[in-house]
Design a protein around this ligand. Structure first.
Ligand code: SF4
Ligand code: SF4
Length: 299
């Protein structure tokens, strides 16, 4: 077993010791809070390592109430899970991810479609939920391909970077646009204690000093350069076969360019897979399905 991993037995034993101690009042208050805090951090570290083993190398926690306080009612976490107090945000970053994945003994097919990559990522998020459950924490998965909350703003709140005010791309300080938010896990209460604000949007603003090559690079003029992107037009373009090798706006961005996909399956060539875009915007046979059933982002 990984030395940083907390086994289910140990977790249960620790919880039992704490609950007994609390019941008997036999811990000094400060010792009790110190040990509980150490235990929670150890558990969190273990969950994060498990996520990383499943390829999810972007990991963050968000205080649900703080997040909800600046969201429209229908986009709030409590509209999905009323007792949600913590959001665990899971994503992937950079092409080195495949190497890490294989070093841990995981096999990946030689070639994968972007849809298969999406499925692999969500399987990883499901494994995180199982891991949490084994430690007595119940979580609800929200797949970013069916975004019932605003995943761009959730990524910002988790400290993953900033949503570009120019192109709408999520930009990470190290990986640039070569990242994808894959899923969120909604947890009841605050099983890992209070969560500090991790956002870096007040100090990471790469677009302010950039010549904005992302605008001209898009063959379909999806971005107006003032922060508005016509994603329906992007979906139309991709449905008709454009940008198969990746989003040109993304490739033009200088931030984190060394982490771009190169050889092997495409991990971060687009913010959203082609099939998902077709579903969201009603292309192909999805045109027969009413919008409310297509699971796209809420306007
Ligand atoms: S995928 Fe293609 S059409 Fe869509 S924003 Fe990128 S470059 Fe433009
Ligand atoms: S190319 Fe420049 S303006 Fe466009 S997203 Fe990247 S940093 Fe921002």
């Amino acid at each position: 077993m990984d030395p940083g991993k907390v086994s289910p037995d140990r977790a249960q034993t620790c919880l039992h010791v704490f609950l007994s101690g609390l019941a008997q009042g036999c811990f000094a208050a400060e010792n009790r809070s110190l040990e509980l805090s150490e235990f929670l951090m150890s558990l969190l570290h273990s969950i994060q390592q498990g996520a990383s083993r499943n390829g999810l190398n972007l990991f963050g926690l968000v205080d649900a109430k703080r997040f909800d306080s600046c969201q429209p009612r229908e986009h709030r976490t409590d509209a999905v899970q009323p007792d949600c107090g913590t959001v665990m945000v899971l994503g992937t970053a950079g092409r080195s991810l495949w190497g890490d994945f294989q070093r841990q003994g995981r096999q990946i097919p030689q070639s994968m479609t972007d849809n298969q990559v999406d499925e692999l990522a969500v399987a990883g998020a499901t494994a995180v939920i199982t891991d949490l459950w084994q430690h007595g924490v119940r979580g609800q998965l929200v797949d970013a391909r069916r975004p019932r909350i605003n995943f761009g703003q959730l990524a910002e709140a988790a400290g993953f970077g900033i949503v570009s005010p120019v192109s709408g791309l999520l930009l990470h300080p190290e990986f640039g646009p070569w990242v994808r938010v894959r899923a969120a896990v909604l947890l009841p209460g605050q099983p890992f204690g209070a969560i500090a604000d991790a956002s870096i949007t007040d100090r990471f603003r790469p677009c302010c000093s950039c010549l904005k090559p992302c605008i001209a690079a898009c063959p379909s003029a999806v971005h107006d350069g003032m922060g508005n992107s016509d994603r329906g037009r992007c979906a139309d373009s991709r449905h008709h076969g454009s940008c198969e090798m990746g989003c040109y706006s993304r490739m033009a961005c200088p931030v984190g360019a060394e982490h771009a996909d190169q050889g092997g399956p495409m991990l971060h060539a687009h913010s959203v897979g082609r099939r998902t875009m077709q579903r969201w915007f009603g292309f192909g046979w999805w045109r027969m399905v009413p919008r409310m059933f297509r699971g796209g982002p809420r306007a």
